[in-house]
Design a protein around this ligand. Sequence first.
Ligand SMILES: Cc1ncc(COP(=O)(O)O)c(C=O)c1O
Length: 448
Amino acid sequence: MNAITEKISLSTDVDMANFWMPFTGNKQFKAAPRILKSAKGMYFTTADDQKVLDASAGLWCVNAGHCRDEITEAVHKQMMELDYAPPFQMGHPLAFEAAKKIAEVMPAGLDRIFFANSGSEAVDTALKMALAYHRARGEGQRTRLIGRERGYSGVGFGGISVGGILANRKAYSGALIPGVDHISHTHNLAEMAYSKGQPAWGAHLADDLERLCALHDPSTIAAVIVEPVAGSTGVLVPPQGYLQRLREICTKHGILLIFDEVITGFGRLGKATASELFGVTPDLLTMAKAMNNAAIPMSGVAASRHVHDAIVNGSAGGAIEFFHGYTYSSHPTAAAACLATQEIYRKEGLFARAAGLAPKFEKEIHALRGEPFVKDIRNLGLMGAVELQSRDGAPGARAYDVFLKCMEKGVLARFTGDIMAFSPPLIVSEGQIEEIFATVKKALHEVA
Ligand SMILES: Cc1ncc(COP(=O)(O)O)c(C=O)c1O
């Protein structure tokens, strides 16, 4: 244990051996655990009663702030009334109401909503929809799926196959979906370091899809999936014109475009979706996380009418049209949380609030330019990253220490490799934005 971990090691009486923690260095964590016991609004409270400002909305998901009474009450009421209803061949009112509410904020035309429980499941669902769509239209030879380097689309076999993060693929490389290829990522510090908002350089990187079309023949490609702003790989903002160009190439070749909006959906960029912000409409859009403020696991896919209709109208009446779904698709409590969350977003105008705070967020995060180890800063909406120089021979170690230092000083940030990522709840105040980056600044001066 080093000095930093010792200081923030939080006591708990629970035996930690049994819980095999996800995406966590289990041995490291259990030697110096960080336990959160409660949360309200912008703050977590740790097991030793330290208040921690949430600079990452949990995992990019608690957009309305923690423990909102409206959501808690809606879930409680639902649990008392109807704890569960099977979603196969049966329905319950909130499932239809939630789908309608979600459709209202989706891009025009993407108003057929399929529910799942995690972002990974939403991605698998969208990939299956793409394959089923082409098959229903007599183009069953379109089986190829295209992802992007550095992309993160969850951890299902679909998601890691189209995803482009080595560590998530390496151990499973022999079992990835066949016939998947990747376009290049858009990260290029020589051309776009310290961009504010969308980098001016790089629209042409979308042409990499033409390279894959020339290699595989476009008539074999079912879909391309990208995060409009890549989140987990360290906030890669798309160059101006890039997504438009990707859309044009997909349309030209009859390839479906899937936007993975698991992070960007529901106000993170100041609009309901990145699609709305960029004015680019995909054929399928995945969502999760903030769709119900992460209160109960829930995700979904918004499908365009043409995808939905091709699959649903392509089968005889009485037959199941899409052989896919989950026991907990449209779970009553998740749907109740979803409706309550969407009402908070609407009533409090949180998407517009995020847009209004974005300039302040940009100013404060870019004020870290020139601080120790900083080699790039990028941002869009209430999403930003500070990329650090890696310590020789120890990639990720410096950002981990900054993360610990921030935690010690009362701010919970995220890190991926040597990139610090920030995505506070949309209820964050200007003062709290200042506090987040002032804390990061201090932390940068205290690490080696
Ligand atoms: C863009 C994107 N897609 C998919 C996922 C996977 O979501 P989940 O962890 O809910 O499976 C994530 C998670 O962070 C994500 O950021």
